[in-house]
Design a protein around this ligand. Structure first.
Ligand SMILES: Cc1ncc(C[n+]2csc(CCOP(=O)(O)OP(=O)(O)O)c2C)c(N)n1
Ligand SMILES: [Mg+2]
Length: 562
């Protein structure tokens, strides 16, 4: 039997770990790609840019709960690093391979070479050189471990040779690992004393709110967090990242607080006397720059990552542990006849929620032409298949989805960019490859869609069945606010140069690539078009012509009227 090489080891290990797709721009690890074809069923997706490859791997990782793999040769390494930023912010386990200098080429004017390695320090949990093939088994295992333990995140391995060829061709005699790798890698059990203390704090509060973050999805703790809320009668908010952890129509779900919010969620969190964060980084977007909750509110945190505990709330009561296990331990402590929380608090929560519904109902039902984005979110809420995964871009797409979209079925998923405009389209393709049997729906603005429009060809080539819904206002209209301020209070002069686009119909762009395209101009056509697009399946683009002047309301730290 021929001796194993770095390439065969890498191909077999990726397969063993449970990786089913890799994303790349050639030329990188060519022999490994050949070995993947020979010995595995791993799909090798060539993209139209390294950043898109990183975003696809990220969408794949978030949708599957398994590491997503992307790769680039030396000259594309910086582009790949740029694409890891969102994965770091969103705790997504992406593994990036890049080629690097040869031992003899460093510090010379070697074609296409610079020292890319430092670029990865800021955007990864772990980044290492694999100097020699004998280090490959150890560093590969270490990279996949770092990506998936504690708070998941991106990692990077630089392989010698501009296309990673040095270790590929070297002989290696090492057993291939057998372990399939998933998040969470370890289910950390909490300290029983901390669980008792947490239950005391929770049951003594008069106006508690639970905030469910992305860590709840990573842990698979959706049932436990809802059971705790139901058992104790506690309203439950979600971060934007954790939006799919509680069903939108659940009577205790108050929505997403923070910067991209449902206004009533901020109002309710501001009235709470205890906020219990589960699996959340408690960042500025969720807390509106730490104004919601107010500084006098007591905070409790449960997280698998010790450095997150007390990070922003130094006096918080803290519990270290896996969310699913810890919440189950808390449920076990609830006595049969434990009284639920104060009915007056739940009545108040209902009232604040009802008032918000009344305020926004005319917008959600609007028949205006051009279409209002609020009406689009309502029709999308109604049309979404029961098991759909919604992938949302940033800016207004995140705000409209955070505030107005509801996921009313427990089987529905939600993934959002942590802030990088343009992430949505490639990420939605990665998500569909990770979950081929579930409908995947992209919700994006036109500005976000333009970024990686070339990936429509990738969707067409591979038949990746994402349905892409574009809120097409022919502009970057979120910039209206900043430009109005910069122009002294109102837009005048040549302001349009800075945020208007051509009136492009993306359904025609899609059709030119052999992808189904739909254009919706009237609100009354939304329901039937979305239904048809979901029934026929993707890849498909639904271009919705919306109003250029309508801005999504930003979060404010204002209490509701008494
Ligand atoms: C990489 C990156 N660059 C710039 C921004 C700033 N930004 C946020 S939203 C936005 C405009 C988005 O336009 P579009 O997707 O068309 O949505 P619209 O505001 O028009 O609804 C910009 C430029 C960002 N978030 N990320
Ligand atoms: Mg736009």
């Amino acid at each position: 039997m021929p001796a194993a090489t770095g390439a065969t080891y890498l191909a077999h290990t990726l397969d063993a770990y449970g990786v089913t797709a890799v994303f790349l721009v050639p030329t990188i690890l060519s022999r490994t790609l050949y070995e993947l074809e020979q010995h595995t069923t791993v799909t090798r997706v060539v993209t139209h840019g390294e950043k898109a490859a990183a975003y696809m791997a990220d969408g794949y990782a978030r949708a599957s709960g398994r590491p997503g793999v992307c790769m680039a040769q030396t000259v594309g390494a910086a582009n790949l690093a740029a694409g890891l930023r969102d994965a770091l912010l969103a705790c997504s386990p992406v593994v990036a391979f890049t080629g690097g200098p040869f031992s003899w080429s460093r510090h010379r004017m070697q074609y296409q070479e610079i020292e890319d390695f430092p670029l990865f320090k800021q955007v990864t949990k772990f980044s290492a050189h694999v100097e020699d093939v004998t280090r490959l088994p150890e560093l590969l295992a270490r990279a996949f471990r770092a990506a998936t333990v504690g708070k998941p995140g991106p990692v990077h391995l630089e392989l010698p040779g501009h296309t990673g060829e040095v270790i590929e061709n070297a002989e290696l005699d090492h057993a291939v690992p057998k372990e399939r790798i998933e998040v969470p890698r370890y289910r950390v059990h909490p300290d029983p004393a901390a669980v008792r203390e947490a239950m005391n704090v929770l049951t003594r509060a008069s106006r508690p709110v639970i905030v469910s973050g992305g860590g709840v999805r990573a842990s698979g703790a959706q049932d436990e967090i809802v059971a705790l809320a139901e058992r104790l009668g506690i309203p439950i908010a979600t971060s934007l990242n954790g939006k799919d952890t509680v069903v939108g129509s659940h009577p205790l779900n108050v929505g997403v607080p923070g910067l991209y919010p449902r206004a009533s969620a901020n109002e309710i969190v501001l009235e709470a006397d205890l906020v219990f964060y589960v699996g959340s980084q408690t960042g500025s977007q969720l807390t509106l720059n730490w104004q919601v909750p107010s500084t006098s509110t007591r905070v409790m945190q449960l997280d698998i990552e010790p450095t997150e505990l007390g990070r922003h709330f130094i006096d918080a009561t803290t519990i270290l542990g896996d969310a699913k296990i810890t919440l189950q331990c808390m449920l076990d402590l609830i006595e049969q006849d434990a009284p639920p929380s104060d009915p007056a608090w739940l009545n108040r929560v209902d009232e604040v929620r009802r008032r918000w519904q009344e305020r926004v109902e005319p917008l959600l039902a609007s028949d205006d032409v051009p279409i209002r984005p609020e009406r689009l979110t309502r029709e999308l809420t109604h049309a979404l298949p029961d098991d759909a995964i919604v992938v949302v871009d940033t800016g207004h797409a995140g705000m409209w989805a955070g505030g107005y979209l509801d996921l009313n079925h427990a089987g529905q998923g939600f993934l959002r960019t942590a802030g990088s405009l343009g992430w949505g389209l490639p990420a939605s393709l990665g998500a569909k490859l990770a979950q081929p049997d579930r409908p995947v729906v992209l919700f994006t603005g036109d500005g976000g869609f333009w970024y990686h429009l070339a990936e429509l060809e990738t969707a067409a080539r591979w038949g990746i069945g994402t349905v892409m819904v574009v809120n097409n206002n022919r502009s970057l209209n979120q910039e209206i606010g900043p430009y109005s301020a910069a122009y002294g209070g109102s837009l005048h002069g040549r302001h349009a140069e800075l945020w208007h686009f051509e009136d492009v119909d993306f359904s025609h762009v899609a059709e030119s690539l052999g992808i189904r395209g739909y254009r919706v101009v009237k609100p009354s056509d939304l329901a039937s078009t979305l239904e048809q697009a979901f029934a026929e399946g993707g890849p498909a683009v639904v271009d919705v012509a919306t109003d250029m002047d309508i801005l999504a309301p930003k979060g404010v730290a204002t209490r509701a009227d008494p």
